[in-house]
Design a protein around this ligand. Structure first.
Ligand code: AMP
Length: 398
């Protein structure tokens, strides 16, 4: 595999998979450019070295053909903002003759952005012939699209077989995501604590099964806590509870005991009389929720206990909010945990915010600069933490 940081790209043409799948406003302005910003250091290094870059990405979920609203041309102004003096060309079809003429004519320091890869159904099918065409856009392939690394698509995985091992590698973002996930998964400094929340147990089963094998502590919050509490015979009222998962929840609790992993469930909860921002609410024990009420956040007792565990940890992984943090009345648990993670990090712990809604929560709390690493890839990070091999990573290592 090419060592990106120690390579020089002078006169080289690099075809680079990025994740520019950004949200757009109704008039097609980029409303959150986090994913573009994340790819900037890799692009910048190649351009500064004197190389040129052909950028390829998907955007949205087109139905197998061109759709104006999903055109990648909408992201050009947001990209240009980071490269004000760089010529950014655009090819309105990623494998047309025009696209190949444009990529062949690129000068050192220039960028060509290709139109949405998913305008071709071949992209998501991982089609070999399509991947081989994309590969013709450069003599080096760099993958910096961590957000799609768990997909076996033409531009994320198949294409890698068109390059020998010295001509393909990860960009800075991919390398950082992999390195930080490994810090939590492989020989982490102990005690190591996972905070797992979010809506459903069913979405996080594989993660929990993996974590039970390697963590010292698992703090459970969010809607998924109530399936565990119900499994133990608690009264959870109208809280989210997946009855099909009660047995599995008990199995996880049992397995934790044999692995010396402590699983914590919230002692108390903030319960609401309906699922609404202005619902009436009160604090009760999590296993004594009245029939017509639902748990929407962890309570003050749970916050206190979880904070102590977090502050005692040397390595912390956080995936999923502790409650319905989108509603202010039920956001205290999530934001207090964010603060505890930031305080533990100040004391020297390593903290990884592992994707999805915990990333929006940490950003909303304004504490993102006080944690060690915030992942850009929800599904990809989850699969990595579950111990799965990601096609976008293994294709480059092959
Ligand atoms: P996930 O994508 O699985 O991490 O779930 C995130 C979502 O879970 C957020 O939109 C939260 O509002 C929601 N959530 C967290 N706690 C609860 C809860 N106690 N009841 C219902 N939804 C919840």
């Amino acid at each position: 595999m090419l060592d990106f940081n120690n390579s020089t790209f002078r006169d080289a043409r690099v075809v680079m998979r990025v994740d520019f799948n950004v949200p757009l406003s109704p008039d097609f302005a980029v409303t959150d450019d986090t994913r573009i910003e994340a790819a900037v250091p890799t692009i910048r290094k190649i351009l500064y070295d004197g190389g040129s870059v052909v950028l390829m990405s998907h955007l949205g979920r087109p139905k197998g053909g061109p759709e104006a609203k999903y055109s990648l041309k909408h992201v050009i102004p947001a990209l240009q903002k980071y490269f004000p003096d760089t010529v950014i060309h655009f090819a309105d079809d990623c494998i047309s003759d025009d696209a190949f003429i444009k990529s062949a004519a690129l000068k050192g320091g220039e960028v060509l952005l290709l139109e949405n890869l998913r305008f071709y159904p071949e992209e998501e099918k991982g089609d070999k012939a399509f991947a081989a065409k994309l590969a013709k856009h450069g003599e080096i392939y760099i993958n910096d699209a961590f957000g799609t690394a768990h997909r076996e698509h033409a531009s994320t995985a198949t294409i890698a077989s068109c390059f020998d091992k010295n001509h393909k590698g990860f960009g800075y973002l991919m390398a950082a995501e992999v390195e930080n996930a490994h810090k939590v998964m492989n020989n982490p400094q102990k005690p190591v604590t996972a905070i797992v929340g979010g809506a459903k147990v069913s979405d996080k089963i594989q993660l929990l099964e993996k974590l039970v094998e390697s963590m010292d502590n698992i703090l459970i919050g969010g809607g998924m806590a109530y399936t565990f509490i119900a499994a133990q015979g608690g009264n959870v009222g109208k809280s989210l509870c997946e009855n099909d998962y009660l047995d599995l929840a008990l199995k996880i609790l049992d397995k934790a005991k044999t692995q010396n992993t402590r699983i914590y469930l919230p002692a108390d909860s903030v319960v609401a009389d309906r699922f609404a921002a202005d619902a009436a609410h009160k604090v009760v024990a999590s296993n004594q929720i009245p029939d017509d009420w639902m748990g929407l956040d962890i309570g003050p007792e749970a916050i206190k206990q979880y904070r102590e565990v977090v502050l005692d940890s040397r390595t912390i992984l956080w995936n999923g909010p502790m409650g319905v943090f989108e509603f202010e009345a039920f956001s205290t648990g999530t934001f207090s945990i964010a603060e505890a993670v930031a305080d533990a990090t100040d004391k020297g712990a390593f903290s990884l915010i592992g994707g999805g809604d915990s990333v929006s929560a940490i950003n909303k709390s304004g504490l993102e600069s006080r944690v060690s690493y915030v992942s850009t890839g929800g599904g990809a990070m989850l699969e990595m933490l579950e111990g799965k091999e990601l096609p976008g990573i293994s294709a480059i290592m092959a």
